[in-house]
Design a protein around this ligand. Sequence first.
Ligand SMILES: NC(=O)c1ccc[n+]([C@@H]2O[C@H](COP(=O)([O-])OP(=O)(O)OC[C@H]3O[C@@H](n4cnc5c(N)ncnc54)[C@H](OP(=O)(O)O)[C@@H]3O)[C@@H](O)[C@H]2O)c1
Length: 363
Amino acid sequence: MPASLATPDEHEHASTTPKKETLPEPSGELLPTQASSRRIVLVYGSTGYVGSQIMRLIDSGETFGGIVVTAVRAESRLEYLRDVEDELDRVRPWRVINCGGLTGRPTVDGLETQKAAANRVNVAGMLLLAGACLERSVNLTYIDTGCIFEYDEAAHAIGTGVGFTEEDSPNFFGSWYSLQKGVLETLLRAYSNVLTLRLRMPIDDDLGPRNFVSKIVRYDRVVNIPNSMSVLPDLLPLALDMTFAGVTGIVNFTNPGTISHNEVLALYKQYVDPAFVWDNFTEHEQSLILAAGRSNNELDTTKLRTLNPTRRLPHIKHAVEQCFRRMRDAGVQPLDTDARKAASRAAAQKTPSTMPSGGEDLP
Ligand SMILES: NC(=O)c1ccc[n+]([C@@H]2O[C@H](COP(=O)([O-])OP(=O)(O)OC[C@H]3O[C@@H](n4cnc5c(N)ncnc54)[C@H](OP(=O)(O)O)[C@@H]3O)[C@@H](O)[C@H]2O)c1
């Protein structure tokens, strides 16, 4: 259901008074073959970390104004325009969500040796999809990244609480992943049918390999920098609300505020693994073992909260603690960090440029 109007006071941790900007009325004409009782959302990247959670959420019985919404897995590959167009014409979706693309394995460092392939899928493919959807008057939501910024002393210094807004242009190009995402985001501003959601360091309720918590728990050493992060159980329902309501443009897609690595790990220790210990290192020391740079930043969430006034969006520190409480209550077991760290150390001795292993958006 689209969010409805609410007073700014209903926001948790609202730091500024939201402008009079809320979800627009539902838009998107239904094509003649679509029964009015059913709307189809075509999902790219449905097997991935974020896409599989979006599929589950839609399949759990999402409705829009009383109309049942059904998720369909996209089969075409983003870079093959004819296949994409055929699929759009066959499925005739009401909305498209793209969570697909090359994200790098074992980390975003993986894209440093796959630059042309990443351009083809992530940049060219996404632009082809956006154009094909525009031609068919279909709105497209893109699960993108906020790792296109880094703290800067001039206007967004660390710890000041001044986050990057949707009007800011990318200022971090230290990895191919971030560079191409920043370029793409800028190009996507030309498409009036696209909603770009800037996700960062996603955390969810289990300890799967792509969960940001799992990544940093398994590293030998971690930096300790406050960052904006996205707790998926809080945020994905907002993605659907905005998608269904036809919101377009760029939206920072994180919980409000920042949390540091040590704060996340302390909560992991408190709720999941009392025996857990970890070491820190500096950004410079980290840079010596990575092939590419990593982004650290705070994103301003005023627009997200203003667009979704009736959804509760807790401050990131509260959100992460709630996540760990749910894990504890569900009996989630500690990660086997000793074996992983030993493997990580052994691999690091062989290929120092690609360690530590883990996923993207490693700080
Ligand atoms: N996970 C994170 O830490 C994180 C953080 C911030 C932002 N994001 C963004 O969130 C989005 C989703 O990330 P994710 O972590 O869920 O990715 P993921 O787990 O790596 O999954 C990628 C998905 O894309 C599909 N895919 C790959 N190449 C494709 C192509 N050519 N055409 C169509 N589909 C293709 C994959 O399907 P196959 O397996 O069939 O290839 C898979 O379903 C990405 O835009 C990413 O940049 C992720």
